[in-house]
Design a protein around this ligand. Structure first.
Ligand code: COA
Length: 183
């Protein structure tokens, strides 16, 4: 189990699948996570297998009251293995948005990805209207690399799909800068 200031990140248990499914079935969440049709899912075997096949998939809870906040994950697809390039995902229940939790979690996961998992890149795709997520990723050091223009249809409009990444060397440099500020 991992801990940040206010949260704990732990392995998924049998009883969590329903909560993760409910999170996914919230249209405010699913439309920001998927390029597919946004429709309710019954959570079949493929859904479960998808969660379990991630390099890292954790349930996020509040430290004090153990409330289910959401999930975060790193996926290392076969074609990305040689280059140690994992895809980051995260989603929180809307009642927990705007408390700084995503910033706390993404900082932890990026540190963990480079320090413990020996990754070279952490990549992600975010939709152009996802202002909160883009703000979080910028704060943590992700850099925009590619924009697929008007590539995803959300709420009656085309949105850009923005690819962002942070490299191990960017992360090293930012840590050295932090040390300089402290010393
Ligand atoms: C994206 C998501 C994880 C963000 O979580 P969160 O805990 O609310 O994020 P934080 O509170 O750490 O930070 C959000 C930042 O965006 C800013 N923000 C939020 N909405 C904003 C808006 N409409 N315009 C400008 N800034 C906005 C906040 O002020 C905050 O920045 P600050 O710390 O500098 O003030 C959450 O909204 C979510 O689960 N969304 C649905 C799933 C999703 O989008 N996943 C990401 C897919 S790429």
């Amino acid at each position: 189990m991992f801990e940040t200031d206010r949260l704990q990140l732990r392995a998924i248990r049998e009883a969590d699948f329903e909560k993760v499914l409910a999170l996914w079935n919230d249209p405010r969440v699913q439309k920001m996570m998927s390029r597919d049709f946004v429709v309710p899912s019954g959570g079949d075997e493929q859904f479960r297998a998808g969660l379990l096949s991630a390099l890292l998939f954790v349930i996020i809870e509040t430290k004090d009251s153990h409330e289910f906040v959401g999930v975060t994950f790193l996926r290392l697809f076969d074609l990305q293995k040689k280059n140690r390039d994992a895809m980051l995902g995260l989603a929180f229940l809307p009642e927990f948005w705007g408390k700084g939790y995503a910033t706390e979690v993404v900082r932890f996961i990026v540190d963990y990805a480079f320090e413990q998992l020996a990754l070279h890149r952490v990549s992600l795709a975010v939709y152009g209207n996802n202002t909160a997520a883009i703000r979080v990723y910028n704060k943590v050091g992700f850099v925009q690399e590619v924009v697929q223009r008007k590539a995803n249809w959300i709420d009656g409009k085309w949105q850009d799909v923005i690819w962002m990444a942070v490299l191990d060397e960017d992360w090293e440099a930012s840590r050295k800068d932090d040390l300089k500020i402290v010393s």
